[in-house]
Ligand binder design. Sequence first.
Ligand SMILES: Cc1cc2nc3c(=O)[nH]c(=O)nc-3n(C[C@H](O)[C@H](O)[C@H](O)COP(=O)(O)OP(=O)(O)OC[C@H]3O[C@@H](n4cnc5c(N)ncnc54)[C@H](O)[C@@H]3O)c2cc1C
Length: 309
Amino acid sequence: MSLRRRRDIWDVVVVGGGIGGLTAAWYAARRGLPTALIEGDVMLGGQVATVNTLDDWPSTKDESGVELAAAMAAKLENNAVEIVHQPVVDVKRADDLLLVKTDTRIFRTRRVIAASGAKLRSLDVPGADALRGKGVSQCAHCDGYFFKGQDVVVVGGGDSALQEALVLAPLCKSVTIVVRSRLRAKQAYVERAAAAANVKFVWDAQVEEVLGNGTVNGVRLRNRGSGALTEIACAGVFPFIGVEPDTAYLPAAIRRDDSGRVITDQRMRTAERSIFAVGAVRSGYSGELSGAAGEAAIAAATIAADLAR
Ligand SMILES: Cc1cc2nc3c(=O)[nH]c(=O)nc-3n(C[C@H](O)[C@H](O)[C@H](O)COP(=O)(O)OP(=O)(O)OC[C@H]3O[C@@H](n4cnc5c(N)ncnc54)[C@H](O)[C@@H]3O)c2cc1C
C-alpha cells in the first residue's frame, strides 16, 4: 500500500528532479518535512539523465546518471515524497504560503526549493534546427551509435563538450572538436582527448552553418581571426556550448544575475525568503553534481531550522 496521500499544505515543494532537486527532497523528507518534488520532464536526473558514467561524483562504483536518479527516486518513495511529472508554470505568494502551479494542480507550501537547473543551449545557426535529430544531437550516449565509423564534429570547449567527445571517440572514425577560443575543460578530459588518435581540434573557429539535405553532411566554419570560411565533412554535429537557466516560473522580484541565474545568500535563500535556489539555476554554482547536492543539503537544513522555530 502506498504511504503517499495528497496533502493540503506541504512544508517543501522542490521544483526540478535533477540531482540537486532529488537531493533537496531527500534531505527535507529525512528531516520529517512533508515534501513534494515536481519534475517537468518524464525522466528524473536532469542534465545527467543521459550520461553513462558520472565523473567527480563521490560514489564507490561507476554509475550512470539514470542509475543514480533511479536510486535516489526509490529513496524518496520510501520517505513518502510525492513525485509529480508536470512543469511548474508559476510560483506566487498567498498570505503566509506559496502557491506552486502546474497546468492541472496547485500546491500550497511553506517553502519552495527551485532546482530547475539549466537547459543545453542550441546552436543558433542556419541548418541546426532543421537538422536536429537528423545528425544534430546533444546526447552522445543516446545517439553516438548511429555515427559508428563516421566523422563527427563536437562544438564547444567546456567539460561537457570534451566528456561527450570522449564518448564518441571509440565509436566514430574521427571526432573534430571546434573551439571558439580556448579549452575550459578539466585537465583530465583535455589529456584524454589529446591522447585519443582520432580526436582533433579546430581552434578559434565558430560554426556558421550546419550543412545537409535531409541529413547532416558537414559544417561551415569561420575562423574568428581571419574570417576565412572552411567546411568539414561530417555525419553528426554535437553542440555543447553552455546552458541557460530555467527560472521563468519564479516571481520577478527574485534577483537574477546577468546570465539569468538566481542570486542567493550562503544558505541558498533568494530575495523572497521562503524561496530557495540550488544547483545549476543558482548564481555562483560550481558546475558539478557534488556542488548541487551540497547546496541542496544546506537549503533543506535551513528550511528545517526555520520551520522548527
Ligand atoms: C553532457 C553533460 C555531462 C555532464 N557530466 C557531469 C559529470 O559527469 N559530473 C558532474 O559533476 N557534472 C556533470 N555535468 C554537469 C551536471 O549535469 C550539472 O551540474 C547538474 O546536472 C546540475 O544539476 P541540477 O539538479 O541543478 O540541474 P539539472 O540537472 O539541470 O536538472 C534540472 C531539472 O529541473 C527540471 N525543470 C526545469 N524547469 C522546470 C519546471 N518549470 N518545472 C519542473 N521541472 C523543471 C528539468 O527538466 C531538469 O530535470 C554534465 C553536464 C552535461 C550537459
